[in-house]
Each structure stands twice: as structure tokens, then as C-alpha cells.
Ligand binder design. Structure first.
Ligand code: SF4
Ligand code: SF4
Length: 71
């Protein structure tokens, strides 16, 4: 199973939820914290990212980077 890791640039996130909806393994959620612009940034809340990069491609604000870790 491919594995990946996401890096979320919280200051760019606008809480739109598109990445949460598109993630096939449902490892993302809107967090409880607030960023400098007053939005609640996305967080990865459990293991299971497969590095598919759908979240990064979907994000209109380039707030997510995806790194493949292993196959
Ligand atoms: S890379 Fe794929 S599996 Fe990982 S968080 Fe993004 S959409 Fe989900
Ligand atoms: S798609 Fe981008 S801006 Fe929207 S919630 Fe996800 S990280 Fe934030």
C-alpha cells in the first residue's frame, strides 16, 4: 500500500473543506484551532494517507503539500 504524508500550511487554509471531501481515506478534518486569518485550518487526524495528492490538487489555496513516504 502506498503511503504519504501531508504538510498543511495553516496560514493559507480557508476552511473550505474541499480536501476533506475528496480524500479517499478520510484522514483530514477541519481542526478546532484558528489561523491568523480567523479560519479553522485542516488537520490530518489519523494515519492512513496514501499520498494520492488529491487534496493538494483540489485545494484552491495551495495550502497542502504531499510527500510520498514508502510503497
Ligand atoms: S494525499 Fe490523498 S490520502 Fe493523503 S490526505 Fe491527501 S487526499 Fe488524503
Ligand atoms: S482545500 Fe485547502 S483551503 Fe480548503 S480546507 Fe482544504 S487545505 Fe483548507
Amino acid at each position: 500500500m502506498p503511503k504519504g504524508r501531508v504538510e498543511i500550511h495553516e496560514k493559507y487554509c480557508k476552511s473550505c473543506g474541499l480536501c476533506v471531501a475528496v480524500c479517499p481515506t478520510k484522514v483530514l478534518r477541519i481542526s478546532e484551532k484558528t489561523n491568523t486569518k480567523g479560519y479553522r485550518p485542516v488537520e490530518q487526524f489519523k494515519e492512513g494517507c496514501i499520498g494520492c495528492a488529491l487534496c493538494a490538487v483540489t485545494c484552491p489555496d495551495a495550502a497542502i503539500e504531499v510527500f510520498k513516504t514508502e510503497e
